[in-house]
Design a protein around this ligand. Structure first.
Ligand code: SAM
Length: 254
C-alpha cells in the first residue's frame, strides 16, 4: 500500500503531466473512448456514422461542401483521421503548383483526401487510390479505387492497373509503412521524373525512419510544412505537417 504522504508527494508531478498533455488526453477521449462507446451503443462504425451525416447534410456533387460537411462532423461529433482542412490547403496548393496527371494516394479511408485530390486535378488527370480495408471505400469519376494492402498492390500497379508512373503521391496510410512503400515505388520505377511525394503526419504520430531516409538518401529535396493535427488546433505547434519531397536526382529513380 502506498502511504498517503508518498502519494501526495507525487501529486504535483501528476497534475503537471495532466496539464502538459491535456490535449493528447482530449484526443484520446474523443478519438478512442467516445468512438468505442458510440460503436457499442449504435451498432455502427464511426465511418458509417460519418457517411450518414455527410449524405444527410452535404450538397451532392459539390466537393467543397462535401469536405466542409466532413469537417463539421469531425469538429463537432467524432474524430476521423482525414487529412483535414489545414493540411488540406497545403495539399491543394502543391497540387495547383504541380498540376500532376497521374496521382497515387495510399490510404483512402473515408475518401476525404480522395475528394480533395480529385477536385484539384487538372483535366485529363487520373487518380489511383489504394485502400487495404474494403469497408473504407469511396469512388469518384476520375478515381480508380484499388482495394488491397499497398505492399501487394504497388508491385502490380503498372501491369494490372495501367499506372506507368505517378507524378504525385499522397501518402496517408499507416505511418510505419511509408518508408517500405517509398522504397517499393522506387524499386518498381513508379515515380515519374520530378515526382512530388506528399506524406501526412510525418511528425505526429510520426514516421521518423521515412523522414530520415528521405532527408539523407540524396534523392529528394525535402520540405516539412508545419501544421496542426487534423481537427486539433490546440495540440502544440510543431506536432505535425505534410512533407513534400521532390526528387533532386530524378534520373536515379525513374
Ligand atoms: C489516415 S487514414 C487515410 C486518410 C485519408 N487519406 C484522408 O485524408 O481521408 C489511413 C487509411 O490507410 C489504410 N491503410 C493502412 N495501411 C495500408 C496499407 N498498407 N495498404 C492500404 N491501405 C492501408 C487504412 O485502412 C486507413 O483507411
Amino acid at each position: 500500500m502506498v502511504s498517503p504522504a508518498i502519494a501526495l508527494a507525487f501529486l504535483p508531478f501528476i497534475v503537471t503531466l495532466l496539464i502538459r498533455y491535456r490535449h493528447y488526453l482530449v484526443l484520446l477521449y474523443r478519438a478512442v473512448l467516445v468512438v468505442w462507446l458510440r460503436d457499442r451503443l449504435t451498432g455502427t462504425s464511426r465511418e458509417q456514422r460519418a457517411f450518414q451525416y455527410v449524405l444527410a447534410h452535404a450538397i451532392p456533387g459539390d466537393p467543397h461542401h462535401i469536405l466542409q460537411t466532413f469537417d463539421q462532423w469531425c469538429y463537432h461529433c467524432e474524430h476521423l483521421s482525414c487529412v483535414g482542412p489545414d493540411k488540406g490547403r497545403i495539399v491543394e496548393r502543391v497540387l495547383l503548383e504541380r498540376a500532376p496527371l497521374r496521382v497515387l494516394e495510399l490510404g483512402t479511408y473515408c475518401g476525404y483526401g480522395t475528394v480533395l485530390l480529385a477536385q484539384g486535378l487538372p483535366p485529363g488527370a487520373r487518380l489511383y487510390t489504394i485502400e487495404g480495408d474494403p469497408r473504407h471505400a469511396a469512388v469518384a469519376e476520375k478515381v480508380e479505387l484499388i482495394v488491397g494492402p499497398s505492399e501487394e498492390v504497388i508491385p502490380h500497379l503498372r501491369e494490372k492497373h495501367g499506372l506507368v508512373n505517378a507524378n504525385f503521391v499522397f501518402m496517408d496510410h499507416w505511418k510505419r509503412s511509408y518508408l517500405r512503400d517509398l522504397r517499393l515505388l522506387e524499386s518498381h520505377q513508379l515515380l515519374a521524373e520530378g515526382a512530388t511525394i506528399l506524406a501526412d503526419n510525418v511528425l505526429f504520430p510520426g514516421a521518423p525512419h521515412f523522414l530520415q531516409y528521405a532527408k539523407t538518401c540524396g534523392k529528394y529535396h525535402c520540405k516539412v510544412h508545419r501544421a496542426s493535427l487534423e481537427y486539433f488546433r490546440a495540440i502544440p505547434d510543431g506536432i505535425l505537417p505534410g512533407s513534400e519531397i521532390a526528387p533532386r536526382l530524378p534520373r536515379e529513380i525513374s
